[in-house]
Design a protein around this ligand. Structure first.
Ligand code: ADP
Ligand code: GLC
Length: 514
């Protein structure tokens, strides 16, 4: 164990985790982080809701068994019962506890249907958060740290500072709150406060209240011992009004305890050398042979002409305001006047889905669109596309640009958040011709700053020019494929944060005693 004193007992709490449930990057991150922490020698328990109906149709899950544990949570005057199932994260020693409560979690989706959040989301995830503590207590997990993720787990640090502060089993428990996206805060009307189990005296603008609402993410930020977010650049962005979504003041106040740690990727799952979804496997040495086969597979699957020399640009994304689809639509005619093909996979905003379908109808030989969530196609787009689009308005970290780098698919990104921290622009932004000439040594993709159609379309055109210069393109592909995005370094940074959280907690307890 590298940065060790002794192994830590870590509880990771999340509303989704691969391979059990997924709507976006949070699931990938939590599943892969649990695995890496286990590899570093720590004792890891992952606690997630049991979306029982959804997992019935999932493929490749490990066997899940009942623990026999039953618990109840007082939820606003009534007692709600839950049970706990368990399994192990495949190939690891990570214990996975799945919180079963059929009224809350046996649904068709995780958070919303037809663009509308479930009306009882506050109740569902307050129950889940309180279950994490109750299960930790009853199973005597005695965590050194509970690592909370996003608003769905935001009340855990608050409960540990109040009603659970003196409960046996939590004597040494500190909390870390990771912010994956400030745009989603879990804001609910104030009458939901009793669902949290917290006293009304905490409903003030320093702790649980924001603009009159109950705010679960703010609660986590206010009470956690340490706060992390998913890239160093995003850690700065969220301390300003544009990125903080109203919580920038609190984040500036807690700035000393806020760290940006770039996400990694699961290099077993996202490996073009072994990926079961690809027609052909390839590495940095064999990409010139393997990628054309994957490209042909993708063109065939998406019913596009099999033109090997035509640059194929892919995009896999939630269709949300964050992701920059308005730039894509605003530049589509200009870009599609050239010899290119585009493939889109995504679901979300119905207007955006409709616009993309129309685009495919207007350009049937150049644009293919799949509306829906399709893990296999996501891998095939990474494997078969030449370039990948992420023109995000903001992007806390982003995983697809890192998958792209690993798959020799050159990313074209907006220079924000984690995209700025993971993609090196070609040619470099420097004015020095000497440095500019050298920039091909390190460049891995293309980026732009202004959120305008002109900046976006101009950058895609710059990429297309480079595509026609084989030696430049091949070098960009090689640079990306040989860069390291594995979790190892980032997982060690999390361990440092856990230890800092422990230190902060001890200081807080000592203060209380004085
Ligand atoms: P975000 O979490 O904001 O959606 P990330 O880039 O961090 O963005 O992660 C998105 C993850 O979800 C990636 O693994 C991506 O491949 C996956 N994904 C997004 N949309 C789809 C989809 N429609 N089908 C399959 N996978 C998808
Ligand atoms: C969020 C962000 C994304 C990030 C992911 C995992 O969904 O939008 O940028 O990669 O969380 O941290």
């Amino acid at each position: 164990m590298s940065n060790s004193v002794r192994p830590l007992r870590i509880v990771l709490a999340s509303s989704e985790a691969v391979p059990f449930s997924k709507t976006g990057g949070l699931a990938d991150v939590v599943g892969a982080l649990a695995k890496s922490l286990d590899q570093l020698g720590h004792d890891v328990t992952l606690i997630v809701p049991d979306y029982f109906l959804m997992r019935q149709s999932a493929k490749g899950l490990p066997t899940i068994s009942e623990t026999g544990l039953r618990f109840t949570i007082p939820m606003n005057g009534r007692s709600v019962a839950g049970t706990v199932n368990w399994t192990q994260l495949p190939g690891t020693g990570v214990r996975v506890l799945l919180v079963r409560q059929s009224d809350y979690f046996d649904r068709r989706q995780l958070y919303q249907e037809h663009g509308h959040g479930y009306v009882d989301n506050c109740e569902r995830f307050c129950f889940f958060s309180r279950a994490v503590l109750e299960i930790s207590r009853q199973m005597i997990l005695r965590p050194d740290v509970i690592h909370c993720n996003d608003w769905q787990t935001g009340i855990i640090p608050a409960l540990l500072n109040s009603q659970y502060a003196n409960r046996p089993g939590f004597e040494n428990t500190s909390t870390v709150m990771t912010l994956h996206n400030m745009a989603y805060q879990g804001r609910f009307w104030h009458f939901d406060l009793p669902l949290t189990g917290m006293d009304w005296r905490y409903f003030n603008h320093h702790q649980m209240e924001a603009w009159g609402d109950l705010n679960l993410l703010k609660t986590g930020i206010a009470f956690a011992d340490q706060i992390t977010t998913v890239s160093p650049t995003y850690a700065e962005e969220i301390c300003h009004p544009e990125g903080g979504y109203g919580l920038e003041g609190l984040l500036r106040y807690r700035n000393r305890d806020l760290v940006g740690i770039l996400n990694g990727i699961d290099t077993d799952v996202w490996n073009p050398g072994t990926d079961p979804h690809l027609a052909s496997h390839f590495t940095a040495e064999t990409v010139a042979v393997g990628k054309p086969r994957c490209k042909s597979q993708l063109q065939q699957r998406m019913k596009l002409p099999q033109q090997s020399g035509t640059p194929l640009i892919g995009m896999v994304s939630r269709m949300a305001d964050q992701k920059g689809f308005d730039l894509v639509m605003g530049s589509a005619d200009r870009l599609l006047s050239k010899d290119i093909q585009m493939v889109f996979l995504g679901t979300g905003d119905p207007i955006c889905e409709g616009q993309l379908r129309d685009l495919a109808l207007r350009y049937p030989t150049k644009v293919a669109v799949e509306i829906g969530f399709d893990e296999s196609l996501a891998h095939q787009i990474e494997g078969g596309a030449d370039a990948f689009l992420m023109p995000s308005r903001f992007e806390p970290c982003g995983l697809n640009q890192m998958y792209s780098l690993r798959y020799g698919t050159v990313p074209i990104v907006r220079k924000v958040g984690g995209l700025a921290d993971s993609v090196i622009n070609y040619p470099s932004d420097t004015k020095s011709p000497e440095v500019g000439a050298k920039s091909l040594e390190t460049a891995t993709g293309f980026s732009f700053s202004d959120y305008t159609n002109e900046a976006f379309a101009g950058t895609v055109e710059r990429a297309l020019q480079c595509y026609s210069q084989k030696s430049i393109w091949q070098k960009l592909v090689q640079n990306g494929m040989t860069s390291d995005w594995s979790w190892t370094r980032s997982a060690e940074s999390y361990v440092d944060v856990y230890r800092a959280a422990q230190g902060r907690r001890s200081a807080r307890v000592a203060e209380r005693r004085c």
